[in-house]
Design a protein around this ligand. Sequence first.
Ligand SMILES: Cc1cc2nc3c(=O)[nH]c(=O)nc-3n(C[C@H](O)[C@H](O)[C@H](O)COP(=O)(O)OP(=O)(O)OC[C@H]3O[C@@H](n4cnc5c(N)ncnc54)[C@H](O)[C@@H]3O)c2cc1C
Ligand SMILES: Nc1ncnc2c1ncn2[C@@H]1O[C@H](COP(=O)(O)OP(=O)(O)OP(=O)(O)O)[C@@H](O)[C@H]1O
Length: 591
Amino acid sequence: MNYSTLQISFSSLLPLLKTLPNCSSLKPAIQISVKSASRRIFVMNSSSKLDSRSLSLSTCQVPGLEPEEMDSVVEQMFRRYSSSSGFKRGKGVAIVWFRNDLRVLDNEALYKAWISSEAVLPVYCVDPRLFGSTCYFGFPKTGALRAQFIVECLADLKRNLTKRGLNLLIQHGKPEEILPSLAKALGAHTVYAQMETCSEELYVEKMVSKGLKTVVLSPTSEKSASAKSSAARSPTFQLVWGTTMYHIDDLPFDTNSLPDVYTQFRRSVEAKCEIRDCIRLPALLGPPPSIDDWGSVPSLDKLGLQPPSVVKGMRFIGGESAALSRIYEYFWKKDLLRIYKETRNGMLGPDYSTKFSPWLASGSISPRLIHEEVRRYERKREANQSTYWVLFELIWRDYFRFLSVKYGNSLFHLGGPRKVESKWSQDKNLFESWRDGRTGYPLIDANMKELSTTGFMSNRGRQIVCSFLVRDMGIDWRMGAEWFETCLLDYDPCSNYGNWTYGAGVGNDPREDRYFSIPKQAQTYDPEGEYVAYWLPQLRMLPKDKRHFPGKMLYFEQVVPLKFGDAGRPQSQDFARRKTFGGKQAKDFRR
Ligand SMILES: Cc1cc2nc3c(=O)[nH]c(=O)nc-3n(C[C@H](O)[C@H](O)[C@H](O)COP(=O)(O)OP(=O)(O)OC[C@H]3O[C@@H](n4cnc5c(N)ncnc54)[C@H](O)[C@@H]3O)c2cc1C
Ligand SMILES: Nc1ncnc2c1ncn2[C@@H]1O[C@H](COP(=O)(O)OP(=O)(O)OP(=O)(O)O)[C@@H](O)[C@H]1O
């Protein structure tokens, strides 16, 4: 037994282990171990207390705070990121059309509406198209888990707006029908919204703009600040940029000349742009215009979906309050930001990575607010590679968003931005074995089960299952991307299709063949088979070194051979002793 390795690994794991009491069944094991110095790590690794059996009994809520603690975090964060100074305001009514910006803090559309009017009407349209089918393969466009998350985001937004003197009008139907009629009824001078970049969303924007042009505000009905002339006019439609950490207007290049390679993009923005501070809205935003019926947050039944229940793994809570609480929990309470870079390639449990993505995708939190919190942490506690690395990852998110502006619909096409021509299979049986977690490869199957059960999968897992579908099975990558679109809580067209084109070798990756070898990935990232045994309980009874390759007598038969065979498959107990975390072994992979 190599104790020095274990001790290093334990010291970096210590803050992580302290966090595990969220998963209630782990409490006793962790409390004992944290108190007893580093030698105990061996006891923990080899005892059954920290294995998949005890983990399997728990569902972890993310964030794992009690409601009272969440309330107090939210109040503090709202105080920190709101303004106390007065504002000069405009006249009349402005509408804010909420889309993927389901938050109050650092919301530029809401800010602009507030500053330009006497009364703001916040509106959300439950667009039936979001609950239709995906483009090519007809999967549900929004699965029940994400729908539930969005519903929770809406309920929280309504609550937070109400606390600040407003409310949220929830309407069912197409925005291009709802917004013009509201603008007409209220004589609203402007509709503000966050700008999107992919064609489905751009189409809706175009239709809203067209609809608003048909509305004529008579000079008498128009209560606009700018209604100085007596000429009748239509409400203005104002779209504001808001999804990224770097503002599009601050980029040192035009999006059409965006560097194709991530590293060039990152170096350029890091050297030449500043990340803007959050916009600080006033604490009170009301009163809203008088509305008879504000509508209610839809139920899953109303959306034609079965209400889901997460019985295993992570259960994410939707909404800005939960997002702010997760920042507090991950950065401040558990102090995990300090070690993010070492833990980020994990797969099991809530705390190996930030888990910010579902809230970022729904816009419940802005990346600029995360940036400000990272800087605050660096001032108050420590600045190190890990604190930087969260920003590094958020730049990936920006990069895919800006790429979608440059490359448009080619992001969704089989040949991707590079228009690569290759042969792909659409074999239904093979695809379904991948989708349902029956490939005969526990590492793939466990990840796919996690996805369908919770709506989440680690970044490591996503890269592995993508590589397997595309390179070992040879399946059309869009089938995988669309299944992710259905399931992911954090589904975002740019990050999803951007990463899939990358993984499928049709994006702008300087490395042509990004093959992820299952034996090697298993050995590096799940050396004891804890992750696979958690999601595939039938493997729990097996010795740890057999869990990744149990053989067809004990598990499903492998549906395809691996492209490069299973050389590298572990032969000995050594396998179970390899280090899970740490930079060195991860070096040959991008992230
Ligand atoms: C095939 C595939 C599909 C993906 N689909 C999506 C998707 O639809 N939506 C999505 O948000 N992410 C997607 N990702 C990126 C990444 O896997 C998730 O953002 C990450 O796992 C979310 O967990 P986290 O918040 O704990 O990440 P952390 O490791 O804590 O990273 C912090 C943040 O950085 C951003 N980030 C990290 N890695 C990436 C990346 N590769 N690309 C873009 N942003 C990144 C995310 O916003 C994330 O929340 C995909 C990756 C792959 C390989
Ligand atoms: N936000 C999004 N999420 C998922 N898919 C999207 C999103 N935006 C666009 N797409 C998909 O990308 C596809 C782009 O494909 P394409 O270029 O073929 O456009 P099209 O309008 O469908 O057809 P064509 O251009 O051939 O007339 C669209 O069909 C659309 O469904």
